[in-house]
Design a protein around this ligand. Structure first.
Ligand code: GTP
Ligand code: MG
Length: 195
């Protein structure tokens, strides 16, 4: 996919602020600091349009990026970040859940999981929740650059089995650092958005 235009549109905390132009949307879900924002930047070839940080908890709102005027990426706060106060975590949870359940424009979710580690309980719950509500997912196993190639199949298998991946959902090896998996991920996104 050739990205010629990518723009931040809004950082939303409530539905009234979500974009109103009814373009298809793909949301990013995943553990805090796993690399959701970096994955967006790599997909659109922009260094830091989606703000990233080495410290978890960077993304605290639902950030909408309009791509080529044909679709949105919705970058969401990460889950499983212990340092956020319980009340804030609950508010994020309600915001994300409300968005995923009620957003008409949502075509699917890219769930980002760290290739290096077994999926966490939160990863398992998130994926099971998406499947329960019939939301299509693409699982991006990211930070592939941190693992030697020979280990990839073993780690992919651990993720596939750990979350109980359904056959309809692709599992894509990805690295924001090297760009690995980028075209395959775009293919999956186009399939979900109909572009
Ligand atoms: P929150 O917004 O806090 O939930 O984090 P996030 O999931 O958006 O993660 P972010 O993209 O900010 O990246 C977190 C850290 O991981 C940064 O230091 C990135 O440089 C690093 N990172 C992300 N993706 C990759 C990758 O594919 N390879 C490597 N080596 N580092 C990565
Ligand atoms: Mg982020």
């Amino acid at each position: 996919m050739k990205v010629t235009k990518a723009e931040w549109v809004i950082s939303a905390v409530k539905p009234a602020q979500y974009p109103a132009d009814a373009l298809p949307e793909i949301a990013l879900a995943g553990r805090s600091n796993v690399g959701k924002s970096s994955l967006i930047n790599r997909l659109i070839n922009r260094k830091n349009l989606a703000r990233t940080s080495s410290k978890p908890g960077k993304t605290q709102t639902i950030n909408f990026y309009r791509i080529n005027d044909i679709l949105y990426f919705a970058d969401m706060p990460g889950y499983g970040f212990a340092k956020v106060p319980k009340s804030v975590k609950a508010a994020w949870g309600r915001m994300i859940e409300g968005y995923l359940l009620h957003r008409r424009e949502l075509c699917g979710v890219i769930q980002v999981i760290d290739l290096r580690h077994p999926p966490t309980r939160d990863d398992q719950n998130m994926y099971a929740w998406l499947k329960h509500y019939g939301i299509p997912a693409i699982v991006a196993a990211t930070k592939a650059d941190k693992i030697s190639k020979g280990q990839w199949p073993k780690h992919l298998k651990r993720i596939r089995e750990g979350i109980g991946l359904v056959p309809e959902d692709p599992l894509i090896l990805f690295s924001a650092q090297t760009g690995q998996g980028k075209e395959e991920l775009w293919k999956g996104i186009r399939r979900l958005t109909g572009n």
